[in-house]
Structures are given as structure tokens and as C-alpha cells.
Design a binder for this molecule. Structure first.
Ligand SMILES: Nc1ncnc2c1ncn2[C@@H]1O[C@H](COP(=O)(O)OP(=O)(O)O)[C@@H](O)[C@H]1O
Ligand SMILES: [Mg+2]
Length: 206
């Protein structure tokens, strides 16, 4: 199988606190990989490094070339509270190349949100907020999805929608990395699971 991403000895320090010690792992095309670990263990920091939002203190990330501009990232998004879901997507779409209004409607339908719902974002439930975040992640049809705690704080129905959506993305050849502090979410979905343990990633054997 083809590698999509590989890390070499990634470390991350904030002041004197060493969050990541030696992170070495690879993701292969078309798989769903999970990272579990207790709160504060460094999962989000690692995802931010992979997404290019933080620099590692030392170490390297290798991405295959054709994926460099095709990464979708779900990490605490900043939608406008007084706009509807559709309005938020349309505003973002206007900043992107080649994203049509029709695509925004379709994205909302894909994640199970009603494009004509007049509710403002601030009145959305957690599940609706997370669905909108996923619609945004999918906007530019990414090959690699980095999803930080996609199941956190959402209702059961949204969990099911997410699971099915991630499985159908996988079926279409997309690669997905997600974190969770619940092992249960992850066992059902992931081909491989790693645990963040004291600053390193250890593959969990079934
Ligand atoms: N920008 C930052 N500055 C300083 N410390 C940070 C920063 N971001 C994360 N940390 C620290 O890194 C550690 C890991 O955080 P995080 O990756 O968010 O954990 P997790 O996502 O596994 O719950 C925590 O101790 C957190 O306080
Ligand atoms: Mg986190």
C-alpha cells in the first residue's frame, strides 16, 4: 500500500513541558487510523502539527506530493454565530476557488443538515455544529482528512451519520486520521489504532 504521510521523530515542547517525545508513524492510502489517549496526552497537538498549524520542535513530516494541497482539517472551527449554516458555507466558499453555491447545498445534505434551515449557528446543537464542521472539511474534496475528536459531545444520531459518512469516504479511497478519548468510537471504524502514551505513539494490537 502507498504511504500518504510519514513522521520522523517528531517532538514538541511548550516551554519546559515536553508534550511529544518521539512520534514515528505512517498512514497508508485508503485507511482509517485512530489515535486514542487520555485528555492532555498530546493528540490535538500532533494533529495540529500534521495540519501545519504548529511547527514541531524537532523532527519531520513527509507527505506524498499529490496530497499536499488536499488536506481537510477539523479542529475547533470558527463559524459566524449569527449566520445560518448555509450562509457560513457560502462565505467560506466565496474565499475558495471553484466552489459553487450548489456544492454548498450538496455538502449540507451530505452531512444531514437542511440547507433551508433558518437557525443561526449559535443556536445549533453540538451535533449540528459538528456536522457543519464536517461539511466545511469536505468542501474542497480532500484526499486526507484530519479529524480531531469528531464524535465528542454529539448526539447518537449524529454519531451514526458520521460513522456512515466516514466509511463511505473510505470506500471512495480517502484517507482518514481521527482522534478520540473514547476507544469505543474508534474500534468500530478504524483499520488501525494508536495510543498516545507518554509522548509517543504505540500501535494498539487487537
Ligand atoms: N499552545 C499551547 N501552549 C502551551 N501548551 C499547550 C499548547 N497546546 C497544547 N498544550 C499542552 O499540550 C498538552 C497536550 O494537549 P492536547 O494535545 O490538547 O491534548 P489532547 O488533545 O490529547 O487532550 C497539554 O498539556 C496542553 O496543556
Ligand atoms: Mg484534544
Amino acid at each position: 500500500m502507498a504511504k500518504v504521510l510519514e513522521t520522523h521523530n517528531i517532538t514538541k515542547k511548550f516551554g519546559v513541558t515536553q508534550v511529544l517525545k518521539q512520534v514515528n508513524f505512517a498512514i497508508y492510502r485508503g485507511e482509517i487510523v485512530g489515535i486514542i489517549g487520555r485528555n492532555g496526552s498530546g493528540k490535538t497537538v500532533l494533529l495540529k502539527i500534521l495540519a501545519g498549524l504548529y511547527y514541531p520542535s524537532t523532527g519531520k513530516i513527509k507527505l506524498v506530493e499529490d496530497i499536499e494541497n488536499k488536506i481537510g482539517v477539523l479542529i475547533d472551527t470558527g463559524f459566524l454565530p449569527n449566520k445560518t449554516g448555509l450562509q457560513n458555507l457560502l462565505i467560506i466558499a466565496s474565499l475558495c476557488k471553484d466552489i459553487t453555491k450548489k456544492r454548498c447545498y450538496q455538502l449540507l445534505e451530505t452531512v444531514g443538515l437542511d440547507p433551508f434551515n433558518k437557525n443561526r449557528y449559535k443556536n445549533y446543537s453540538n451535533g449540528m455544529k459538528q456536522r457543519l464542521a464536517l461539511a466545511y472539511v469536505l468542501m474542497e474534496d480532500p484526499e486526507l482528512l484530519l479529524l480531531d475528536e469528531p464524535f465528542s459531545g454529539i448526539d447518537k444520531e449524529s454519531v451514526v451519520v458520521f460513522r456512515n459518512l466516514l466509511l463511505s469516504l473510505k470506500k471512495n479511497g480517502k484517507t482518514i486520521l481521527l482522534t478520540s478519548h473514547y476507544q469505543e468510537d474508534i474500534n468500530l471504524l478504524c483499520d488501525r489504532v494508536f495510543e498516545m502514551d507518554n509522548g509517543t505513539l504505540v500501535e494498539v494490537q487487537e
